[in-house]
Write a new protein. Structure first.
Length: 245
């Protein structure tokens, strides 16, 4: 997100790709924050345990802290300098942090370089809060950053597309069309999905590499009309998304 004065406010994820000359349609494929948590609503009121029995941090907490680090590492230099960490500190703690406090109390106690706090250092910083002030304070800090008890972000997100070209090009912003989503998912499943044949029906399965998300598609061979039924009776913790048929 960019402020009006040109300074960066927040960055959550960045993808880069090189495109050959041609016509492309860019469709963000994501459920965003509308994705329901796999944890029952009743369990979201129960504070989670942040450590394993061997006193190590839970993987879900470490993954969340890495996500926080990427969000506030605005220049992507793999460290949080004073400006970046102070913005995170203010959002998380609710109090300002001076540059002297950052240099004397934060950097020496956590993994860092001359340029700032590393990802490992941020995890150590939160681990120190956990040891000194308890799980309740850490969960409160995470809630201020927009994470619930399932470590899922509940904040809204936007998408930005930046195109760099040495030659003139035309970029058109089109209104949202449901057919584009169908075409995008169809192309994704066809190109990257695992294909299986079953009685003149081609079945495709695609698993997202960054989450426990599966997409299924079926293609009928021969022009017949068939009904597709998916049976999840033997499954657990399954959230079914929208129907793009």
């Amino acid at each position: 997100l960019q402020m009006e004065n040109g300074t960066a406010r927040e960055r959550q994820w960045q993808l880069e790709c090189d495109l050959e000359p041609g016509v492309y349609t860019v469709v963000p494929i994501t459920t965003g924050c509308m994705l329901r948590s796999q944890i029952p609503d009743a369990c979201l009121d129960v504070p989670p345990t942040l450590k394993h029995d061997d006193r190590t941090l839970r993987h879900e907490l470490v993954s969340t802290l890495r996500d926080v680090f990427r969000t506030y590492d605005m220049d992507m230099d793999e460290v949080l300098d004073y400006a970046e960490f102070s913005r995170l500190y203010m959002r998380m703690i609710g109090e300002p942090l001076s540059q002297q406090q950052f240099a004397e109390h934060i950097l020496p106690r956590c993994c860092s370089t001359r340029r700032g706090l590393s990802e490992r250092g941020l995890i150590q910083f939160i681990s120190n809060i956990l040891e000194q002030q308890g799980e309740g304070v850490v969960l409160w800090c995470l809630s201020r950053l927009g994470y619930d008890y399932s470590f899922s972000s509940v904040h809204s997100r936007c998408y930005m597309v930046s195109v760099h070209s040495t030659d003139p090009f035309v970029c058109t912003l089109m209104p949202r069309e449901p057919t584009l989503m169908v075409q995008a998912w169809s192309a994704l499943i066809h190109q990257r999905g695992v294909q299986q044949a079953s009685q003149r029906i081609l079945l495709y399965t695609y698993q997202s590499k960054r989450g426990h998300t599966f997409s299924y598609g079926a293609e009928v061979v021969g022009g017949r009309v068939v009904d597709i039924c998916m049976d999840f009776q033997a499954s657990s913790n399954v959230v079914v998304g929208g129907d793009l048929s």
